[in-house]
Every structure is written in C-alpha cells, then in structure tokens.
Design a protein around this ligand. Sequence first.
Ligand code: C2E
Ligand code: CA
Ligand code: CA
Length: 967
Amino acid sequence: MTKDGTITTRKITDEEAQACASESIHVIGSIQPHGFQFVLDPETFTIVQHSENTIELINQYLKQRTPFPEAYPILHTSIFDWLALADNDVLTKLVHNQTNKIDLAEHSIISSSCWECVAHLAQGWPSLEFIPTSEEISSSVRLISQMHGLVDVMRSAETEQGLFETITRQFQQYTRFDRVMMYRFLPDWSGEVISEAVSDQEEIKFIGLRFPSADIPQQARDLYAKNKVRVFANVDAEPSRLTPAKLPNGQPLDQSYTLLRNMSDMHRMYLKNMGVKATLTLSILVKGKLWGLVVFHNNTPKTPPNHVVAELKLTCDLFSEILSSYLIPSIEMIDLTHLVAAKECIEHTFNEAKQQLITQSVFELSLKTIQQVLKYDYIGIVSGDYCYVLANGEFKELGEATISAINTLFDGVDEHHYKSHTLHAKHEPIPGLMEMVGIYVRRSTVPSDFCVFFGKNEVVKSIKWGGVPNTVNIVIKGGERKLEPRSSFALWREHVKGRSDHWESQVGQIMDSFFNCARDFVTVKSNELLLEQLEHSAYFDALTHLANRSFLKSYIDDLNFNPKNPGQKVSVLFIDLDNFKDVNDFMGHETGDRILQTVASRLKACSRPDDLVVRLGGDEFVIVVTHDANIDLISMAEKVVHSVGEPVFDHEYTVVITPSVGVISAFVKDLDFNELLKRADIAMYTAKNKGKNSYHIFDKKDQDAFNKKAILTLDLRKYVSSPEMELHFQPQFNFDKQLTGAEALARWDHPTFGYISPEVFIQVAEMNNLIKPLSMKIIATACKHFVTWRQHKLSAEFDTLSINISPSLLLDKSFEASLLNILNDYRVPPAKVRLEITESIFMQNHELAIAKLQSLRDRGFTISLDDFGTGFSSLNYLWKLPIDEIKIDKSFISNMTQDESLLTMVESIIDLCKKLNLEVVAEGVEDKAEFNILKGLGCDTCQGYYLSKPVPNQEFISQNITHDQST
Ligand code: C2E
Ligand code: CA
Ligand code: CA
C-alpha cells in the first residue's frame, strides 16, 4: 500500500478520464480575487450579490479617501451609490452573452483611474466585474494603435506558419507574458503547439509538442467556444466567494460569462505542475468552431487590465477573420478542387462503365481510374457475394470472408457509415486486406447487400507529447486518494502504430458521390442483365436455345422494313417432324425433349452461321436463309432431310425421326411474316402428303390443295361430331366363295367436294388430333351394324369384322380400354373383331407396339397385318410378331399375273404363312384369273372387286343374307 504523501504516476484509466472530463471547469459561487463582482436587481439596480473581497479590494486601491470598514454594508445599496455613470441607461441595455465595457467616472467611489468595469447579463441578472487597471501595460504602446501594421503583417504572411509566429510574437511583446503559445486542435481534439514566443528569461520549449485531448476536455472546449477570453491572474490566490451564495430567486449565479470566474482545482493543479502562476487564454474560432487557442503563461501572478484583454480579443477575432477568409478558404479551395475533380471522375467513370457489360474488368478499370484521383490506398465495392477492391494499386476479387468482416463493422454503430483510422484497435484485420488500418465504409439498405469503402494503410507517426499523455498522479493525502494532473511536461516521444492518417473533411462528400454512382451502376447493370435475360426468354426457346417465334417475327418484320436492297430475297425452310407426337406419347416427354435438342443441333449444323434457326414450337422448326446470291436450296433441304433422319440414340432407344420440309423463296418486300410462314407451312404439308420424310418447294398449286385441306379439316371436325357416320363394308370370302368376314371402310361424302378418299381424310384427322374420336365413331358404327347382321342370319362361316386401326391410335394409352367399352356396349365379343394394322407401327416403336398387340390378343382380338409387302416388310421377322393374319397388298395381286417375280413372292408369302400358322388374305382381287391362282396357291381368304366392292350396310345385308331360311 502506498504511504501517505507519496505520488504515483500512471496511465489514466478510461473511468478516470471520464470523471476528469465531467468535472466542472470553474468553481461555482466564487471568483478569482484580483477583481470583484456585483450582481444587480434588474429593476432597481440594487446589489443583490457581491464577492466577499469587494471592500478589501476597493480599500486597496482607494485614493485620498477614508477606507471602508470591513463590514461595510453593500447588499441592497444602489449601484449608483458606487459608480457615477455618464449614461445610466447602459445597464438596461445589457445582453446575456455579451461583455460590455462600462465607462466609469473619475470622481466616483469606484474610480476609472483604478478600475475597469465590464458588465453582462447573467440569466437576466446584471453582473458587473471590476478589474484593476495596470500601470505597466496601460502605459505601453496600445496594441490597437498598431492594428494597422498588424493587419498588414498578417495579410502579407506568406505561409500559415509565418502568420502564426507573427501573431504570437506580437502578443508576447505587447502583453509581456513570459510565454505565448498558439495551440491548434487536431481532429481528435488533441492539440499541438504551432508557435511559441517567450520573454528574454524564458526558453522556447513547447513548440511542436502535442497535448492530449484530456488536457482540454470537452466541457472546457465548449466554454472556450462560448466565451472567448479566460483570465487566471494568480494560481495560488484563494478565490473569493460570492455572498449570499444564491440569488434572490434561489439559484446560483450563472458564471459562464464571468470574466473573473474561478478555475477548477484540476486546472489549477495542471498549471502549477507546469510552473505557471498566471494565464490568459483566447479562443480562435473559425466559422463558429473552435480552431485553436492563444495561451499566455506567466511565471508570476499577473492581472492583465481589461482593455488589454479586450484588445487581444479583438486581435484574435481579426486573426480568426484572416484565418477564415484567407487561409482556411485556400486550404478549403484545394479540398474543394479535389472534391470537384473526385466527383467528376467518379461520375464520368461510372457513366462510361454503364456503356459496357458488367464484368470484372469493368470494375478493375473503373476502380483504377477513380483511384488516380481519389488517391485512397483502398477502394472497394461489395455487391451481393462479390467484393472488388483496388488495394495499393492491385485489383482483387475477394469473397465471403471479406464481406462478412466488413459487415461486422456496423455492429452497434451507425447503420450506414463506419469510419475509423484505428481499425485494428477495435476489430480484427479484414481478410484479404490485412494491411488496411483505416476504413470508411458506407452501406445501403436498398439493395441491402451493397456497400462501398475507402481504406488507408498504416502510417507510423512519431509524436512529441508534452509529457506522457493521459497520465495522472495519484496522490494519497490523509488516507484519501486523489487524482492530480501529470506533473511532468518533459518531451515524451511516442511512436504511434496501427493508425492511418485521419480522414479528410471532404471524404464524406466523396464517399456519397462514389456510393451513389457505384450503386447506380450496379443496379442499372443488374437490371440490364435481368432485362437481357427476360428479353432472351421472350425471344429464345428455353429447351433448344434457338430463337423462338417472336424473334422470328421481329426478324422478318425487320427485313420487310429494312431490306438491304430492293431485290433482296429470303428463303425459309419449314421443318416438321413426322409422327413426333408418338415419340412424346410413347417414350415420354423427356425423350421427346432430348430428340428436339438433337434435331435443333442438327439443323444448326445444316445451316450457315448467318442463317437463323428457329424453333416455332412443338416439333416445328424454321431455317431462314437471307442472302443475295442464289443458294442451292434443294441441296440444303436434302441435307436437312438426311441429317434429321439419322437415327437418334437415346438411352435404350434408337429412334428414327424423319422430317417433312417445306421450302419457300420470295422477295423480302413481297411477303410479310404471316404469309411467308403460311406458304412454307403449305409446302411442308405437301411434303408430308407426298409420304413424309421429304421436302417440297412451294408451288401455286399447293396453295389450292392446302386451301381444300384447310376446309376439310374444319368440316371433318363437324363430321366427327355428327350423329350419323357413313361406313361401307367389303365382304371377305373363302375360296368356296362363302362369306367369312367383312372389312369396315370409312366413307365421307363431303357436301361440296363429294366423295373424299379415306386415305385423305384419315390423314387430315391424324394431323388434327381427330383420329381417336373419328376411329371410335367408326368402330361404334361398325359394331352397331355387326349386331344387326346376326339377326339377318348371314353365312354360317361368318367369323370376323375387320377394322382398320391407325398406328397412332394403336399406340394411344387409352385405346384398348375405349375399344373394350364400345364392344361391351354392343355386346360384341373381342374374338369377333380383327384389328388391321400396318407394318409402319413396328418402325416407330417396336417393343411398345408388340406389347400393345400382345395385350389386345390376350383380350381375344385377332390381328391382321395389312398392306403386307409394301414398305419395310421383311419375311424374316414375321414369326416374331403377335399377329394372326397377313393381308397381301393389292399391288402384288393386281400385277402378279404379269410379273413372274411378284407371283413367286405371293407364293412364298402364302407358304411362309402356312408354316407360321398365319391366315392369308389376298386383297384387291379383281378378276377370276387372280382368284384361281390364289386358290391354287392355298390362300385362305379373298377380298376384292371380283367378288364385291365395299358397299353400304343395307346392301351388304341384302347381298349376303342366306336365302335358305329354314328357321
Ligand atoms: P385398305 O385398308 O388397304 O383398304 C382396302 C382398300 O382397297 C379400300 O380402299 C378398298 O375400297 C380398296 N379395294 C378393295 N378391293 C379392291 C379391288 O379389287 N381393287 C382396288 N383397286 N381397290 C380395292 P378405300 O376404301 O379407299 O380405303 C383406302 C384406305 O383408307 C384403306 O386401305 C385404309 O388404309 C384406309 N381406311 C379406310 N377406312 C378406314 C378406317 O375406318 N380406319 C382407318 N384407320 N383407315 C381406314
Ligand atoms: Ca385394311
Ligand atoms: Ca390394304
């Protein structure tokens, strides 16, 4: 434990610093004893409070008068008993925060020859202070008379430093204080002695020294800003108390503007420790803010007369004026020029950047350009999950760790700004930016993941402090512990690390500009990206990444309006995939999608780079060829047919998808988008009609055919939904000419076009999604008639009703169920129904077709393979198919009498069928010769005009009715 009377010096703690800062600056209720004070009633001007030293001081300076007794009554006397005033009104004109000089008469008790009087209004109470005039100074050359010269000196000072030194020197010479120092506040409110002048006995010792902000704490600075003059005449003198302690209203006197106000013990101690006995302090305010102080120190007590103080104050005001009108503006002008240049550079750079795509290099270039003007060691932009920084000239892209570290800076501080030049004192270094010790960061709420920052490197500084800063002495006296200001002001050098330079005053404005421009840039760019994506999705097909219909339209529209030359041609290849619906239906959409993608890339490969490949939708594609030279469209179309028709290997499937291609070539100016596409479409349909897997070049005749087909489509829809469906039946016989079955053949007598071949309208139905309703209606009609035949007792051999089934219908998921429903409705057993299918069904999806057929056979249906011998027939795989019957195509039958090889063919088909236990039907038998040959070859069934044409139901019944009706 420290013994009484010992002094320990140590670093001040935060709490102590806080306590120091909140300690009152002056001691209320007393004044310095080198002058005295009267407080008056504002109405009667009688004295309501005065300092206790009044009589003593007056007696001290009294000339040729009897001294007052010690206890001479002062309270309640009129002020006019004490002073003779030239102008009595002067007391009514006092204002609160302004110190007025009151002229005293020579002959009054308080005489002008001894006293100077200053007055102000303290919260409504007139307060008069009396300070003795000093022979010494009043006799010297008046500063005010030198003002002219002084102003010239100040104005002509070439440097700031020169000006400071001049002022300090002049002040010292004028006041003869032992030491005059000019003290300037730094941004952290520590202060630095910037000039110093001393009397002959003294040495310059404080210039360049720093004093910690605690030396002049906040409340002292506030007071300095309010009251520009502060006199401390004798550090050792006991203060004189005011009596009574309170004003008549019960409040203590407000002493903020009291010139004689008493200093706090801490301050008194501080000065004592410095060896100072008297001080005078003048504030220098620039634009209402405390800029610095002029501090006068004397080694002996010293009371500067008030007029001197007033003159000094005036000079200081003038100096402040000069500072604010010359020096500060010139400093500010440099700042302003920098600010304007910085803002211009930032705006310009980001405007330029906006013209470009948002890429890393745009950030790099922009930051580098801006850095050249801003000169910050670090400039960074954080947006979303990227962070671009120019760090000491090096461009970096930083990520998550950096971003979250920057965001933690905002904890508990201002939501939008964080500024520090001692970043490492409070936070961990920022990952990726470890050297950065100063940061000024601003973040936005919208978008919330955006922020920008400037950073500074460490600057190691050597600071000369006037004594070890922020130290206190702990004095133990009488068992009581007391803090006292440090007693040593010896130079103490500190090397300050971990700090950057302070942030300049204009950094806020530069930050605002950078923040706004960068945010604008990032938002505009990300909006653009979004727009681009939107635009892309509006114009491009997501599946194949080809342009879509909208794009095609605007492309053609553009060509229409801006042809390169009047004779510019455009060619369009319209590509539709044959039977693509089946792929989707039976292999699933995923396979379908993959096939479409393959087709898209094949089409791309078939076209030249400047041709446009479009997916119109579904399985329709378009290639637009714009060129002036004649292109070989035919070979291009052939290439497309060939290339798209190549097998596609998709997982376990090998799929062959063939295209039908319509080609149209026209002058750009002649056809608009709709017309061009319509004609290409017609050409494509013509290609389809020719048997698919081919191309067709548009012809005027196609248009008529197409028009007819278009009408048919419309009318077929009506026909399908009409109650009556026409149907013909063609009987089948064995070679004893007994009726064994009948084939139902669809018929449509069109109101305008007349008889339409089922081959035509069945195809129209297939293309228009009408095949299922149409087929179901045919099947139902056939069943309806079939039932009536029984009542009419047709041939005893009559076994089956044959119905043609389109491949797409067979592969339809619900076909079997629908079929069974109809049969059930008419009570027709499946065993009586023979389904005629064609081989093409096995080409599309072999496995599935077999499964479907197998399932139908399991239900009791029999299956007939129609048109056998055409297309892809191969005798080799016949045995693998789940069928019951083969129908030899009529093209074999009608030509076999002329063509030996065909006859051989028919012969071997029949032989094979016998071996495989398949029934054989010959269709299209038109004459007796053919009938006899087939009979000789052992064919089972005969169908053809020779025996009967297809006939309406009524006729079929009457033709085949058995006439021996025994029952
Ligand atoms: P298909 O299944 O091969 O039908 C036989 C075709 O040969 C019928 O033509 C028939 O009238 C015709 N024909 C019969 N005997 C002879 C003959 O001795 N000489 C000649 N030259 N032709 C003969 P149709 O009625 O014009 O039918 C044509 C095609 O339309 C059918 O060929 C079939 O593929 C299709 N079709 C007819 N009705 C339907 C139906 O209800 N559903 C489906 N999916 N297709 C049908
Ligand atoms: Ca048939
Ligand atoms: Ca046939």
